[in-house]
Design a protein. Structure first.
Lengths: 134, 472
């Protein structure tokens, strides 16, 4: 399982999993976009991103927030992530996607929150938990 | 579990324990408190009570539900010298707010044109996700919007003076400083001025179904069967980014190790960072005021093509995610304090200098939107609110069901049909969005209103019923 959605009264909450920290981060981004639109997204645009964070949660926050920025300022909608690397609190990746206006997106995510957020290894799986403000 | 005891009708107390500097007070009925107990609202109210410089009590009002850090429906006031300001106490959607317009039409004018009205407004006002604004802004003009709010938009030719005079803060927080808003936030907001957004944001054409207080209704210019228009939206991506930016800055400067919840990150009110956040928050608030002013202008243009003799005036425009410096009585003395209202509305009684002149004798209009397709209420602010809640009351019904659960239970097509059977025409970019906002996902608005009315922290004036709904 790449991710699952959990109950939350007003907002969107999910857990994303991965064999590696990188994979769990990647699945977190996919979980976020899937909550906005559930379907196939074309691969017409590629962008390079680079974000930093002082701890794993801050890095996850900055990583996901970068997508909200790209969404609002350039209408970028994610399809997949390539070459995601995390080293010394710095994340780099190539993100591939399409113009958001080509899809029926039903909810606008306002912000990433630190509410109940964690990044940790549970048994063999890296797990990221996130609550999105919608 | 957080301990809570009933101290009188509709008033519950969380006694001061552990790190709490003041008690927690929840204003709710026996029925509503049972819902509130189900999520993390009460522990969030106690956590806020632990913040430095908090005055009197950490307060939650009847529509409270779990937020992040601070609960939604939360009110917290802080001492200007010893207290803090927190982006989490304002919320990510800075100045998410509601504007009420009144018209010279009556219910039957709309009934014979319902579909035309909803189609025309839907076409004109960008709503939902990804529909950008038709209004092109340069960066220089955006800065003017951030510092001038609705007032600037009117001066640019999109409205009349009375519009911003009938807006909280007269449509412009003078404390705004555009230089405190990041490039990133401006990039997110520049294409979004004049858009509704999504989620619980909406534009409704309604009519006055019931008048509870004829005298006050007259002062607000409202009477039975009159058509009103309600707009609910906020500061869009710009405000969201301001919140995120300052959360990060405050974490970098102060750390979050000593906080019960990372979302409670804050800065002393009078610190550089505290002042910078307030200036940036004020700028985002102005963006939201300007946003609704532009939408108001477009509503006027569009409705005029359908009803050439229509006249549309602003009744009032209220903030429900904001921090303000206001004077309140604390231990018998008038004092300037920093009030955070997150999912709560200002509810000032008669005589306050902040209220427009024409409402000053009765108190400010308080606009409470219901959930999609249900009634909304106009209340009037009271002196009692100034005594109990730092001049605050509820902001809406408050969710009880998650979006996820709503999607499992409901289909957008069915929700639309049900509303149409009730005589309400709905238009939305997304059926899924309609399902998520289905009326049963929210608390019973009537119950919420009865609580604040009987407590006296705001009094019922009129009840509004929707005729057409555009869901963001």
């Amino acid at each position: 399982m790449k991710y699952k959605y959990l109950e939350h009264t007003a907002d969107i909450k999910f857990r994303a999993y991965g064999k590696t920290l990188e994979e769990a981060f990647e699945n977190s981004a996919l979980a976020m976009f899937n909550s906005m639109f559930n379907g196939k997204v074309k691969e017409t645009v590629t962008k390079k991103i680079c974000v930093e964070g002082k701890d794993p949660e801050a890095l996850l926050y900055a990583f996901l927030e970068e997508f909200l920025f790209l969404f609002d300022s350039e209408h970028f909608f994610l399809s997949k992530i390539k070459n995601l690397k995390i080293k010394n609190g710095k994340l780099t990746a190539e993100v591939v996607g399409d113009k958001a206006s080509n899809y029926e997106i039903h909810i606008d995510i306002k912000a990433i929150t630190y509410n109940e957020m964690f990044v940790k290894k549970i048994k063999d799986a890296w797990t990221c938990q996130v609550v999105l403000d919608v | 579990m957080t301990e809570i005891k009933k101290i009188s009708e509709n008033i519950y107390e969380i006694p001061k324990t552990g790190c709490m500097n003041v008690p927690g007070i929840v204003y709710a009925s026996d029925k509503l408190i049972e819902n509130i107990k189900k999520d993390k609202t009460l522990s969030q109210v106690s956590n806020v009570a632990c913040l430095p410089g908090i005055l009197k009590a950490s307060i939650a009002v009847a529509d409270a539900h779990q937020g992040y850090g601070f609960s939604i429906g939360g009110v917290a006031a802080f001492d200007m010298d010893k207290g803090i300001i927190s982006p989490g106490g304002v919320g990510y959607d800075i100045n998410c707010s509601v504007r009420l317009l009144k018209t010279n039409l009556t219910k039957k004018d709309i009934l014979s044109n319902q579909t035309k009205v909803v189609e025309a407004l839907f076409k004109k006002i960008p709503s939902g996700v990804g529909r950008g604004s038709i209004f092109q802004l340069t960066k220089d003009k955006l800065k003017k919007v951030l510092e001038g709010g609705a007032k600037y938009i009117v001066k640019e030719g999109f409205g009349v003076e009375e519009d911003y005079l009938h807006t909280e803060e007269e449509g412009c927080m003078k404390t705004a400083d555009a230089s405190k808003v990041s490039e990133r936030a401006m990039k997110r907001g520049i294409g979004q001025l004049g858009t509704l957004g999504s989620g619980n944001h909406f534009l409704e054409v309604q009519f006055v179904e019931e008048v509870f207080d004829k005298k006050v209704a007259e002062v607000f210019g409202l009477k039975k069967d009159q058509v009103t228009i309600m707009v609910h939206c906020g500061s869009r991506g710009l405000g969201h980014q301001v919140a995120s930016d300052y959360i990060k800055k405050m974490e970098d400067k102060y750390g979050f190790k000593d906080l019960p919840d990372r979302e409670l990150i804050n800065a002393p009110i009078k610190s550089e960072l505290g002042k910078d956040y307030f200036a940036a928050m004020s700028a985002a608030a102005n963006f939201a005021f300007a946003n609704k002013q532009l939408i108001t202008h477009w509503i006027r243009e569009e409705m005029k093509t359908l009803f050439p003799k229509i006249k549309i005036d602003v009744v009032y425009d209220i903030c429900h995610n904001i921090a303000k410096y206001e004077e309140h009585l604390v231990e018998g003395k008038k004092k300037l304090v920093c009030v955070h209202r997150k999912g709560a509305t200002r509810s000032f009684g008669p005589g306050r200098k902040e209220i427009p002149e024409d409402y000053n004798k009765v108190g400010q209009p308080v606009i409470i939107p219901g959930s999609m397709g249900t009634s909304s209420y106009i209340l009037v602010g009271t002196k009692k609110a100034e005594e109990l809640t730092f001049g605050s009351t509820v902001h809406g019904a408050g969710r009880v069901m998650s979006r996820h659960e709503a999607l499992k239970q409901r289909k957008g097509e069915d929700v639309k049909r049900e509303l149409e059977n009730k005589g309400i025409k709905v238009k939305s970019g997304s059926f899924k969005g309609l399902a998520e906002e289905a009326p049963e996902s929210y608390k019973d608005i009537d119950e919420v209103i009865e609580v604040v009315h009987s407590l006296g922290i705001s009094k019922k004036v009129v009840k509004l019923k929707p005729l057409t709904v555009i869901k963001g």
